[in-house]
Design a protein around this ligand. Structure first.
Ligand SMILES: Cc1cc2nc3c(=O)[nH]c(=O)nc-3n(C[C@H](O)[C@H](O)[C@H](O)COP(=O)(O)OP(=O)(O)OC[C@H]3O[C@@H](n4cnc5c(N)ncnc54)[C@H](O)[C@@H]3O)c2cc1C
Length: 271
């Protein structure tokens, strides 16, 4: 914080980008401000406050659900569109953020800008096949969420580019989903494990399945063997055993493996 000399309030993405890319300011984006001070590199001299930049809206576009990067957890929780999408899982996941104070300030853009083991949205967005739109030096860029944290993406969000939108594809609108934060208390940011389960039902069968796992590593990951078992119509017990084996391979430990397996069985029976 000692290195901060300037505070800027751009009012458009264009203005924000020109400040961010102007080397003389050494700027870093700030949205809700709940995390940025903890992760501030010494080299940064300007806070680029995004609060006046119009990237907060939540809308439908081309059948997709588009959430502005500046939307807060609370706005996402209360959004009618989010509540009606995929059984309301996006809103219910937002509501699981630790406290109302943080939910009022923290944004989805800030939540996904850097990998963090306990953040909620990376797990959800991985499971929903989301895409992320950036404003960058060369214009705009659309990145699959699953590639966001790979070095190949070549992006340093908040330092040389801005997240402007998160796009949830139309195909997920009717998916049956559940987001689980298994933690000591509801108000914990930390959790033993975070799980996202989703299936697309076709009659008695599941046409597609997604399982995303968080809290075990900064980057969430999918559980492809358990997804395959679900889509192949295997028994809840077989799907659960496949998930437990994948988590054991990820060194999740006995408690998390057993809990996740039981939670998947419950999901399959309820969906
Ligand atoms: C007490 C406490 C409890 C918390 N509990 C939870 C919890 O339960 N669940 C959870 O998921 N998280 C939790 N968090 C983490 C944090 O609040 C979230 O990660 C939050 O979403 C960050 O968003 P922000 O808008 O405050 O980001 P900021 O703090 O403003 O910024 C964080 C980072 O993101 C970058 N950034 C922000 N917006 C953009 C953008 N549009 N484009 C590019 N880069 C951007 C910034 O440059 C910075 O590097 C908690 C934090 C605290 C302090």
């Amino acid at each position: 914080m000692k290195s901060i000399k300037y505070y800027a309030f751009p009012s458009s993405v264009k203005e924000a980008m020109s400040l961010l890319l102007d080397r003389k300011y050494k700027a870093m984006a700030l949205a809700g401000g709940t995390l940025v001070a903890k992760t501030l590199p010494d080299s940064v001299e300007t806070y680029l406050d995004l609060k006046n930049v119009p990237i907060k809206g939540i809308k439908l576009a081309g059948g997709n659900l588009v959430i502005g990067a500046g939307a807060t957890f609370d706005e996402i929780d209360r959004s009618k569109l989010c509540r009606s999408w995929a059984g309301g899982v996006i809103s219910s996941a937002a509501a699981k953020c630790s406290s109302q104070l943080v939910r009022n300030m923290a944004t989805i853009g800030g939540n996904i800008a850097r990998p963090h083991s306990f953040n909620i949205f990376p797990v959800l967005l991985l499971g929903l096949d989301a895409k992320v739109r950036f404003a960058c030096k060369t214009g705009t860029k659309l990145v699959d969420f699953q590639d966001l944290y790979s070095s190949g993406a070549g992006l340093r969000p908040g330092l040389d580019c801005l997240i402007t939108e998160v796009i949830i594809p139309a195909k997920t609108r009717k998916w049956g989903c559940e987001f689980i934060k298994l933690a000591k208390t509801e108000s914990s940011w930390e959790s033993y494990i975070k799980l996202f389960f989703a299936v697309e039902k076709k009659g008695k069968f599941f046409a597609q399945a997604r399982i995303a796992v968080g809290a075990l590593s900064p980057r969430p990951f999918r559980a492809p063997a358990a997804e395959k078992a679900l889509a192949a119509g295997e028994t809840p017990e077989a799907c659960a055993a496949a998930l437990a084996a994948e988590l054991a391979a990820a060194r999740a430990g006995d408690y998390r493996c057993a809990a996740a397996a039981n939670l998947l069985k419950r999901f399959v029976k309820s969906v």
